[in-house]
Write a protein that binds this ligand. Structure first.
Ligand SMILES: *Cc1c(COP(=O)(O)O)cnc(C)c1O
Length: 467
C-alpha cells in the first residue's frame, strides 16, 4: 500500500518528466479522444484499490492523450504555459486542499487572493480600489462583470434585480463589437439578458470597434428612452490581437450613462509592458474588466480575474447573502466576488507567478511573445505566404492561396499536416469568410529558435502538399 508521501512523489515525478519532455516530444498527442477513452475505460471496481496502483494506472492510461500545450511550440488558441513556481504552487494548493470560500475557512488562501489581487491591479493599470474575484477564466470574469453591470444599472433606475429578477424589469441593451468573444454571448444568456439584448457595433478591418458606429448606436435608443446600456469592449481580438480604442469608446459610453465592461482575457496584459501599454490607453476608465491568468500570465489552468471599479457593486451582484452583507458591516469573503461558493485556492499560483517573474519579468514575457509573433509574420511573409492581420500583439493570421473554397481546403490541409508533423501546433479559424491559420504566442518557454523551426515546419507542410 503506497503511503501519501510516495504517492505525491510519484505524481510530482511524473509531472516533472512530462514537463521536461515538452521540448522534444511531438506537440500533438499520439492518442485522440477516442483512443484515450479506450485506455481510460477500465471497469468500475467493486471495492477499494491500492492508491499507488490507481495513480500508476492513470499515468499510463492518460499519457498518450497528453498534448504538449504547456510547451514552447504550441501556438493554438491562446494557451500560455505554466511557470515553474506557479505550477509548484498549484500542486501545493491541491495538496493543502484548502477551500477558498472566505478567510475563516482558509486564511492563507483568502489572503493570497487579496495580496495577489492588489499586485494584478497594479500590473494591469487598474484602479487600486477595484474589487477582484479569482474565477475560472475570462468566461467567468465576463459573467461577473456583466452581472455587476446589470445590478448597477437596475439599481440606478430603482429596480432590485437580485430580488425581483428580470420579469417586468427595465430593458437592458448590450452593445458589443461584431468580433466580440463568444463567451460574452453565453454570459448574457446565463444572466437572463438573452442574446436579443445584443446590439452589434461595426468593427474596423482589424476587428476593433468602430467608434463612429458606436457613437451612432449609443445615440439610437429606439422608442425606449429608458433603456439601460452596457458596452462590452475588447482588449485582444482572438484572431488579430486588435485592441479597441478604449479611451474614446469608454468616454463616449459614459456620456450616455452606460456601464463599460472590458473583455481583456489576454490583451489586458499589454498594460504590464511599458512598450505596449499605449494599446490599452484609458483602460482604467472602465467599470469592470475580465482577464485570464492561465493565458498570458502563464499560471496553470484554471485561473481568471474579475475586476470591478466598485467592489460593493461586485459583491451586491455576486454574493449569495448580498442583501444582508451590503452595508451591514460584515466584510465579504473572497468568494463573494465570484459566481462560486466552494473554490480551489487559486491565489497561491498567481502569487507565485508574480513573485517568480516580477514586474520586469512579466513585461519581458509579454514583449518577447509579441516579438516572436512579429518574427513568425516576417518569416512567413518573406517566404511568400500571406499574413492577413496587422501584427500588433501576439496573434498572427496566415492565408494559403487567396480566397474561396479551394483556398479554404488548402489551408485546412496545410494545418492538418503541420499538426501531424508534431514540431509545432497551430489551429485554424474562419475570419472575414476565409479559413486561415491562427498563431498565438503566449508561452514563457518559447524562444526565437522555436519560431524558426516552426516556420520551417509550416513551409515543409506547404511543400509536401504541393509536391
Ligand atoms: C480566451 C478568451 C475568453 C474566454 O476565456 P476562458 O479563459 O476560456 O474562460 C474570453 N474572451 C477573450 C477575448 C478570450 O481570448
Amino acid at each position: 500500500m503506497a503511503d501519501l508521501r510516495s504517492l505525491f512523489h510519484l505524481a510530482a515525478e511524473e509531472a516533472a518528466d512530462f514537463r521536461e519532455s515538452l521540448d522534444t516530444r511531438p506537440v500533438q498527442a499520439p492518442a485522440d479522444q477516442a483512443d484515450a477513452k479506450r485506455l481510460l475505460a477500465v471497469p468500475l471496481p467493486d471495492g477499494p484499490r491500492d492508491p499507488g496502483e490507481v495513480v500508476e494506472q492513470l499515468i499510463t492510461a492518460a499519457r498518450p492523450g497528453l498534448m504538449a500545450t504547456p510547451g514552447p511550440r504550441y501556438f493554438g488558441f491562446v494557451i500560455g504555459g505554466a511557470l515553474p513556481a506557479a505550477s509548484a504552487a498549484d500542486i501545493l494548493a491541491v495538496g493543502w486542499d484548502q477551500c477558498a470560500f472566505n478567510g475563516h475557512l482558509a486564511p492563507a488562501a483568502a489572503a493570497a487572493e487579496e495580496v495577489a489581487g492588489a499586485w494584478l491591479k497594479d500590473l494591469l493599470g487598474l484602479p487600486a480600489s477595484a474589487g477582484v474575484g479569482f474565477v475560472t477564466g475570462a468566461q467567468g470574469a465576463n459573467t461577473v462583470g456583466l452581472a455587476a453591470a446589470r445590478h448597477h444599472l437596475m439599481r440606478e433606475s430603482g429596480w432590485d434585480v437580485e430580488r425581483r429578477g428580470l420579469f417586468g424589469a427595465p430593458r437592458i441593451r448590450v452593445l458589443a463589437g461584431a468580433e466580440r468573444h463568444a463567451t460574452i454571448d453565453r454570459s448574457l444568456r446565463l444572466l437572463g439578458l438573452g442574446s436579443d439584448a445584443l446590439q452589434e457595433v461595426a468593427v474596423n478591418a482589424q476587428g476593433a470597434i468602430d467608434t463612429d458606429d458606436l457613437a451612432r448606436v449609443l445615440a439610437t435608443e429606439g422608442d425606449d428612452h429608458d433603456v439601460l446600456t452596457v458596452l462590452c469592449l475588447q482588449a485582444g481580438n482572438v484572431n488579430t490581437g486588435a485592441v479597441d480604442d478604449l479611451r474614446t469608446a469608454i468616454t463616449l459610453a459614459h456620456e450616455h450613462g452606460a456601464w463599460v465592461h472590458v473583455d481583456g482575457a489576454f490583451g489586458l496584459w499589454a498594460a504590464a509592458s511599458p512598450s505596449l501599454r499605449h494599446l490599452v490607453d484609458g483602460v482604467e476608465l472602465a467599470d469592470s474588466w475580465g482577464c485570464d491568468g492561465h493565458k498570458w500570465l502563464n499560471v496553470p489552468y484554471d485561473s481568471g480575474f474579475a475586476f470591478c471599479s466598485r467592489p460593493d457593486v461586485q459583491t451586491a451582484a455576486m454574493s449569495y447573502t448580498a442583501s444582508y452583507l451590503t452595508g451591514s458591516g460584515v466584510a465579504p469573503g473572497v468568494a463573494d466576488y465570484t459566481a462560486e461558493s466552494s473554490r480551489r485556492a487559486r491565489g497561491f499560483a498567481v502569487w507565485a507567478a508574480v513573485q517568480e517573474l516580477g514586474r520586469q519579468g512579466i513585461a519581458d514575457l509579454v514583449d518577447r511573445c509579441c516579438e516572436h509573433a512579429r518574427r513568425f509574420a516576417d518569416a512567413l511573409a518573406g517566404a511568400g505566404l500571406e499574413v492577413v492581420n496587422d501584427v500588433v500583439l501576439n496573434q498572427v493570421l496566415v492565408g494559403f492561396g487567396g480566397e474561396g473554397a479551394e483556398a479554404d481546403r488548402r489551408t485546412d490541409a496545410v494545418i492538418a499536416r503541420i499538426q501531424r508533423d508534431g514540431t509545432c501546433w497551430m489551429g485554424g479559424t474562419t475570419w472575414h469568410g476565409r479559413r486561415l491559420m491562427r498563431i498565438a504566442v503566449s508561452n514563457h518557454l518559447t524562444t526565437a529558435a522555436d519560431i524558426d523551426v516552426s516556420v520551417e515546419a509550416v513551409l515543409r507542410a506547404v511543400r509536401s502538399l504541393d509536391g
